[in-house]
Design a protein around this ligand. Structure first.
Ligand SMILES: [Zn+2]
Length: 89
């Protein structure tokens, strides 16, 4: 199976009229903020281990596991980054 089911995408070569604006996505820090999650088994907030659970076209699904007992304490979905939709110029 090829890793790119939709085929390689050609990237725009900067021929646009506006220079590319670097976007800072604050969501990328979510994993740091969510490093302490309440574990129902430990009955306290524990450091969470982030584990990549599933890769889906709309993003990556992560699961958080309690660092002490391994109980799943949460999950999150990362939106796919770099997805550029070009509408009519
Ligand atoms: Zn625990």
């Amino acid at each position: 199976m090829p890793p790119f089911p939709m085929g390689p995408r050609s990237k725009p070569r900067g021929g646009g009229r506006r220079p590319p604006v670097p976007q800072e996505d604050p969501r990328q820090f979510d994993s740091l903020r969510a490093s302490l999650l309440f574990c129902p088994k430990c009955q306290t907030a524990t450091p969470a281990r982030e584990r990549l659970l599933l890769v889906i076209p709309s993003g990556n699904l992560y699961e958080y596991l309690c660092a002490h007992c391994g109980t799943s304490t949460g999950s999150k979905t990362d939106q796919a980054q770099g997805e550029v939709r070009l509408f009519a110029p």
